[in-house]
Each structure stands twice: as structure tokens, then as C-alpha cells.
Design a protein around this ligand. Structure first.
Ligand code: KIV
Length: 302
């Protein structure tokens, strides 16, 4: 049997975290914690733990749906998982990640798809990848009243353009361009930016130059907050662990132990135990046996 200690009780109700609250945290120098989630129980646990923000990332495609990368993820898949997360979380700021081709084709389509995240998915905001080439889409989405988080550096939807999942902004030219993009996205109305897999000192510089909070993933301590993919943090994704992820648990091993124990218990007849079985009152049982005796002693006519 598992010896895990019980989950701690739900904390006192928290106020709903807004995009403004994140900005105020930056102003006060308080770090922001964000994790991804894709389902109801995880969202519930994260919310109870006091996470500031939950990102329903399109990393869904890799860590939950088993795709090779994030490119096959569809709007319908994202909305399905956003709805589950929204049912589990009361306080965290909920951000839905716009999947590949949901905002690149036209700015109008981008607004319609961003709207679906709020209207159908129960999200508070959306995230999209890219810099100066996304400004029109960002302006229109923000103009429709939908908060937008930007994403610079390693942008997984451009994996084929980038030549793989590799760090970005390591030359003076590409670092300068990234800083310019960050400033342009802020000006276009983004409320926050993810900086993924960029040199720590570049991320710190960008964070200092922006008034909006930056969320780092593989971008060092100088960002205003940190985000990780939940499955990397829990040790649930075993294809690979990015160099920048810290594993806080090894749930793959925990799951494997539980499955091994279950299979062994079933094979040995140790499960289910009496405590897992449904009772039947003695007189009802006796009555059934009598009924059966009676029927068997008096064969039915066809
Ligand atoms: O999809 C995702 O989970 C993300 C995070 C890595 C920021 O974009």
C-alpha cells in the first residue's frame, strides 16, 4: 500500500488574481509563480497550493497527448482542456495558449480564436508566440478586451525554423532583436511576456527594461517570475527533461510502483478486500437462496 501523506487541507479563500495583480507584484519586487495544467484535479491542487497563474500550455500536445511537438495541437483540444482547468481553479489567473495556426493566418482569425478561450474555455487571458510579426494580432486581441501574454526566445511552434529546441538570443544581434521585440510587444498591449531558454543576463536586462512582468523558463533568476511545464516538475514526462527544469517529484516511479502493486494484488487475490466489497443483508441472501431452491425443485414449463 502507498504510504503517501494526505493532501494538506484547502487554504482560506484567496482573491482572484488578475493581470493587474501580477504587475503590482513586479512593482513590489515579489516573484510570480506559474505552472501549466491540463485537467481538473491538477488545477484544483495548484489553486489550493496558492499558485499565481495557471497556463494551459500547448505543451499539452507533447506531455499529455503524446505528439512529437506542439504543432498538431488544435483549438478544440485546447478548449477541451481549458474547460477542465477552469472547473478546478477559482483564484489563479488562467491563461490559454493559442495553438499553431490559430493566430498566424490573419489578425481577425486571431481575435475570434482568442475569444473562444474566454467564451468557451473559461480562461482569463491568452498567450501567443512571436515578436514584431505578431503586433497586429496582439493589438486587435487586446482591443477586443482580451489580455495577451507574449512569448519570446525559444518559441516551440517555430521549432522547424529554429532548427530544433535550442536556446535563443546568444549573439549580440539576436539578443538586441529580442529586446526590441519585447519592447514592441509591451507597447502593443501585452500584459506579460514569457522568456524561454535565453541567456540569464539577457532575460534580466529585458525584465528591467519592461514595466510588464516577465516569466522565465530557462531564463535565469532575473525574470519577474518563473514558469515550468508541470510534467517536467513532477517527473511525469519521461521522453526527456529539459536542462532548465528541476524535478520536484518522480511521479513516473510512484505510478509504476502503484501499478506493479495493483497487478500483484489482483494476481494473488489480495484485492479487493472485504472493506472494498458491497454488503447484502443476511435475510435478503437467505430469501434469494430459498427462492432459487424453490425454482430448481419445480422445473419451469416452456
Ligand atoms: O506550452 C507551454 O507549456 C508553454 C510554457 C513552456 C511557457 O508555452
Amino acid at each position: 500500500m502507498s504510504t503517501l501523506s494526505p493532501v494538506s487541507p484547502a487554504p482560506v479563500e484567496r482573491k482572484k488574481i488578475t493581470t493587474l495583480a501580477l504587475r503590482q507584484k513586479k512593482e513590489r519586487g515579489e516573484k510570480i509563480a506559474m505552472l501549466t495544467a491540463y485537467d481538473y484535479p491538477t488545477a484544483l491542487a495548484l489553486d489550493r497550493a496558492g499558485i499565481d497563474s495557471i497556463l494551459v500550455g500547448d505543451s499539452l500536445g507533447m506531455v499529455v497527448l503524446g505528439y512529437e511537438n506542439t504543432l498538431p495541437v488544435t483549438m478544440d483540444e485546447m478548449i477541451h482542456h481549458c474547460r477542465a482547468v477552469a472547473r478546478g481553479s477559482k483564484s489563479a489567473l488562467l491563461i490559454g495558449d493559442m495553438p499553431f495556426l490559430s493566430y498566424q493566418v490573419s489578425a481577425q482569425e486571431a481575435v475570434r480564436n482568442a475569444g473562444r478561450f474566454l467564451q468557451q474555455g473559461g480562461m482569463d487571458a491568452v498567450k501567443l508566440e512571436g515578436g514584431r510579426e505578431r503586433l497586429e494580432a496582439v493589438r486587435l486581441i487586446v482591443g477586443a478586451g482580451i489580455p495577451v501574454m507574449g512569448h519570446l526566445g525559444l518559441t516551440p511552434q517555430s521549432v522547424h525554423m529554429l532548427g530544433g529546441f535550442r536556446p535563443q538570443g546568444r549573439t549580440a544581434a539576436s539578443a538586441g532583436r529580442l529586446l526590441e521585440d519585447a519592447l514592441l510587444l509591451e507597447e502593443a498591449g501585452c500584459f506579460s511576456l514569457v522568456l524561454e531558454s535565453v541567456p540569464a543576463r539577457l532575460a534580466e536586462l529585458v525584465s528591467k527594461r519592461l514595466s510588464i512582468p516577465t516569466m522565465g523558463i530557462g531564463a535565469g533568476l532575473g525574470c519577474d517570475g518563473q514558469v515550468l511545464v508541470l510534467h517536467d516538475l513532477l517527473g511525469l514526462f519521461d521522453r526527456f527533461t529539459p536542462k532548465f527544469a528541476r524535478q520536484y517529484a518522480h511521479l513516473n516511479a510512484v505510478m509504476r510502483n502503484a501499478f506493479d502493486e495493483f497487478i500483484a494484488d489482483v494476481q494473488a487475490g489480495r484485492f479487493p478486500g472485504e472493506e472494498h466489497s458491497v454488503e447484502m443483508a443476511e435475510e435478503e441472501w437467505e430469501s434469494l437462496l430459498q427462492e432459487l431452491d424453490h425454482k430448481e425443485a419445480k422445473p419451469q414449463k416452456n
